[in-house]
Every structure is written in structure tokens, then in C-alpha cells.
Design a protein. Structure first.
Length: 234
């Protein structure tokens, strides 16, 4: 999207250049164009896209107006509005910890919290310390390419879910791949894609923060995988 054009549907403004920031757009899980003003915001969209409890979200959703301590009027456009499947609405803001302590930011946060509370919404602030760190970030970006349903394979999904249900411990990526290839009579590439599709959508689990899923463009053979319901036991 060229930034000289109108903002996407539902966005009240285009993202703005701030201190040489990176500006770009992504497509959400509901095929909506979402604007990002920084890579920190991109990290948040990765989490929002994977969360099954989130129905949809939009960027630059509306403009809040508030008064500061001196009675001056200010406007503020939060980064994202999130709509959960339960009907709950949240406003999400991404900032740096270095800015969070600034008086102007504190006044803005207080005002936004008050507006959201009055509407029955939640106001959530994210910083570089609460968003995905390097390993999780790399894994999310790697898995994101497998989000489309074109990578889904019902035979792979059925096999791996039945196989994992028979064991009380995780199985390695290589083990599943080796077992499925002759039985399903598929090449490794579509099986890898289908497994990554399941990992992205939370149908399978692994520790995204511990090690990189891909190494030299190939999935790690010793990557442990388990079913979501096993998380509590781990």
C-alpha cells in the first residue's frame, strides 16, 4: 500500500513517520489490511493472528481526545483495537519502556484507561520487554508464511494428532516426518508445510522461545512437538 493513499478501511489515519521509523502494512487473519509504525507493532500482530480467542483486530481504530494536567486538549490514536470472540473489546498500545515514564505518555495512558473503562473496554500497553524476543520472533515470522489454508493437509493433521495422542511425551519433528512419509506416500515438503501450518494455528505445540524451528532453511530434526492439551502437564 502506498502511504500517500487513503488509510485502510476502519483506520482513521495513515501511520506517520516518527524518527525514521519503519512503516508498512500486513494482512491480518481476517484478510484486513493492518498498518504498523514499527517492528514492535509487527511482533504484536503475530501474536494477535495466532490467538484463537481473537476474532479480529484493526489498526489506528479511532481518535481519543483528552485534557492534560494543565487543561490543554490533546488527541491520540491508539495502535490497535482488538475484538475477542467473547465480544470483549481491547485497545492495544505499543511503546518503548524509555517513553513509558515520560509525563506526556503517562497522562495519555491515564486518559486512555479512563475512556476504555467508561466503555467497558480494556487498555493494554506493550513494550519491547513484553513482546516476542529474538528466538520467538524468528519462529513466529518463519511460521507465519504457513498460515494460509493452502498448506493444510487433513491426512497429515489426522496422522500426527492420532500419533501424539498415543504417547505421554512429545515426539521429535524428525520422528513424525520419518513415520509419515512412507505411510501417507507424500514428499517431505508438503508434510513439513502441513506441520508448520498446524504449529502456526496452535493445533500442535512446541516451545517457540527455546530454539529456532528452522536451521539453514530446514526444520530442526530434534524439535519436540506435542498436542495443545498437554501444555498443563508440561
Amino acid at each position: 500500500m502506498a502511504f500517500k493513499r487513503k488509510p485502510p478501511n476502519g483506520n482513521v489515519r495513515r501511520v506517520a513517520p516518527i524518527g525514521g521509523n519503519i512503516r508498512y502494512t500486513v494482512t491480518s487473519k481476517t484478510d484486513q489490511t493492518v498498518q504498523c509504525e514499527s517492528f514492535l507493532e509487527r511482533k504484536l500482530t503475530l501474536r494477535l493472528d495466532r490467538d484463537p480467542c481473537i476474532r479480529t483486530y484493526i489498526s489506528q481504530p479511532e481518535q481519543f481526545t483528552y485534557l492534560d494536567a494543565e487543561g490543554k486538549t490533546h488527541t491520540y490514536t491508539p495502535d490497535f483495537m482488538v475484538c475477542r470472540v467473547t465480544g470483549e473489546i481491547e485497545i492495544h498500545e505499543v511503546t518503548l519502556t524509555a517513553r513509558a515514564d515520560q509525563r506526556r505518555m503517562q497522562e495519555r495512558t491515564t486518559a486512555a484507561q479512563a475512556i476504555c473503562k467508561e466503555r467497558g473496554w480494556r487498555y493494554i500497553v506493550h513494550t519491547e520487554t513484553t513482546l516476542p524476543q529474538a528466538t520467538e520472533e524468528a519462529n513466529l515470522l518463519a511460521l507465519a508464511r504457513y498460515r494460509p489454508t493452502a498448506y493444510a493437509n487433513q491426512d497429515v493433521a489426522r496422522f500426527v494428532q492420532e500419533r501424539l495422542a498415543k504417547t505421554s511425551s512429545p515426539l521429535l519433528f524428525h520422528t513424525l516426518l520419518t513415520e509419515m512419509t512412507p505411510i501417507l506416500q507424500l514428499q517431505e515438503a508438503p508434510i513439513v508445510s502441513a506441520l508448520c501450518h498446524l504449529l502456526w494455528h496452535g493445533k500442535l505445540e512446541t516451545d517457540l522461545c527455546r530454539s529456532l524451528i528452522f536451521y539453514h532453511a530446514a526444520p530442526r530434526a530434534n524439535l519436540p512437538i506435542w498436542l495443545p492439551q498437554e501444555r498443563e502437564a508440561r
